[in-house]
Design a protein around this ligand. Sequence first.
Ligand SMILES: [Zn+2]
Length: 234
Amino acid sequence: MEGQEKLRSSAALIIGAGGLGCPAALYLAAAGVGRLTIADSDKVDLTNLQRQILYRTDSVGAPKVEAARSALNAVNPEVAVVALQKRIHDFSELVAKVDVVLDCSDNFATRHALNRACVSKKKPLVSGAAIRFDAQVTVFDLRTKSAPCYACLFPEDAEVEEVQCSTMGVFAPLTGIAGAMQAMEAIKLIAGIGEPLAGRLMIVDAKSAEWRSVKVSKDPACPVCSGKQVAALG
Ligand SMILES: [Zn+2]
């Protein structure tokens, strides 16, 4: 009962309403999170329906966040769903208003911008990613000083090859697993249950059906979360 009450009075922000965002949002809405803000600029595409499980054939062409809102409210009309159909570059204001943030996006620019906002506002960030047959989930929670942030793990200036599901493909049920894990971690954080998946990166290899977790350490020189620079970011 106490946990349910905490969920009802909580707010979550989901960035991305695709393969990860759809299952994550479904579980959070069904669990009774009070306010869900979902941001995505895209429209529903027929070729993505195998993993974007909030949508049906008749929502093809509609803005994803609008289709998401009606699907989520069909599951739980008590949840206030805020649909933002736009690409966001500065997340500070949105992040400040919620208890937990879920990164269900598909590009590094968004991931880093979201990380910066979560570090600056000290909000827990549940990060998920899936490509081909590999998925990763972890929690960055800078309310703990020694905790790493996303940029400790993937530096902002690193040379990275941007691989997206739209070009590389992804094993659809794997996005369901990763998105559901993100919802699970978010609910744990809101309700204060158990140990969050913080300081550990959970890696799922769908081909071999193997799960493992590796330790993630804080980079003391991280320009995003190490003391001085955070103050400079305001
Ligand atoms: Zn960092």
